[in-house]
Design a protein around this ligand. Structure first.
Ligand code: ADE
Length: 275
């Protein structure tokens, strides 16, 4: 190879290896499943660059002074796992935060309330016998050993969430009884590939797994991050009560829930940037 070709090949390799999307500084990864769940944060990102990774939409830029990469995963565990894997591979984020809506299975939770996921668990992975489903640990594909049944939310990110929550002004929720001030709680988030619209199923998830909220991506993202040793936190706001009213409540409260979840995630990102 001539010297010229050698230099060109080296330059091409450098350009491929360096994140040409402008994410050179430490970066935080943020994911949400649906457009409604990512659009608020997307609108707040400065120096925004939109790109596709393997056909999936990613946005890079700066949010509250911190470099971020934001992705829309699509709904469900497989889509979420694929998206976060591509994000880790391509952008090497220092931490990952998931934002979005959920069904509240803790009766104390109402639409617009936020759950900081102290733990996430997959409620549809395990053994199904005549007594029903018994959730069991996933296998760690990297080490071959068992993962924990509950993936713990990263402690530092939970602390940032608590700090951010103290000064957060959340949007009030218009209910049949009038406007309601949302609350921020901590709890167990149960993930599975089903939209839960059954009070009986919600009660079962609460009894068997101590779930506070149910959704369709969080624990899948947490599993990938756990296996790849990347700190992760799932933030969810309540759009419905995972009961027989869920299919009607979900479209009614999805937007306000998404905005409230995004507001807390934005606060967390600001705290990460200042650490
Ligand atoms: N996301 C929002 N509401 C949900 C529900 N009821 N079940 C699963 N995922 C949800």
């Amino acid at each position: 190879m001539s010297f010229f070709l050698f230099v060109c090949a080296g330059l091409a390799a450098f350009l491929r290896a360096s994140p040409s999307e402008g994410v050179r500084k430490p970066v935080t990864g943020v994911l949400g499943a649906m457009t409604a769940e990512v659009e608020t944060l997307q609108g707040q990102i400065m120096d925004r660059k939109e790109l596709k990774v393997q056909g999936l939409p990613f946005v890079t830029g700066t949010l509250r002074g911190r470099s971020v990469v934001l992705a829309k995963s699509g709904v469900g565990k497989v889509n979420a796992a694929m998206t976060v894997t591509l994000m880790l591979e391509r952008f090497s984020p220092e931490q990952v935060v998931f934002t979005g809506s959920s069904g509240g299975v803790n009766p104390a939770l109402k639409p617009g309330d936020i759950v900081i996921g102290t733990k996430t668990v997959q409620h549809d992975h395990g053994v199904f016998d005549d007594a029903g489903l018994h959730a069991a640990e996933t296998e760690n594909a990297v080490t071959g050993s068992k993962n924990p049944l509950y993936f713990p939310g990263d402690e530092l990110l939970i602390r940032f969430a608590e700090d951010a929550a103290r000064s957060l002004k959340l949007e009030k929720v218009e209910t049949d009884q009038g406007p309601r001030e949302p609350r921020i709680a901590q709890g167990v988030i149960a993930t599975g590939d089903v939209f839960v619209a059954s009070g009986a199923k919600g009660k079962e998830l609460r009894k068997t797994l101590q779930a506070d909220a149910v959704e369709m991506e969080g624990a899948a993202v947490a599993q990938v991050c756990w296996e790849q040793r990347v700190p992760c936190l799932v933030i969810r706001s309540v759009s419905d009560s995972a009961d027989e009213h869920a299919s009607k409540d979900f479209p009614r409260f999805l937007r306000v829930a998404s905005r409230n979840s995004a507001a807390l995630v934005s606060g967390i990102v600001a705290k990460i940037g200042k650490q």
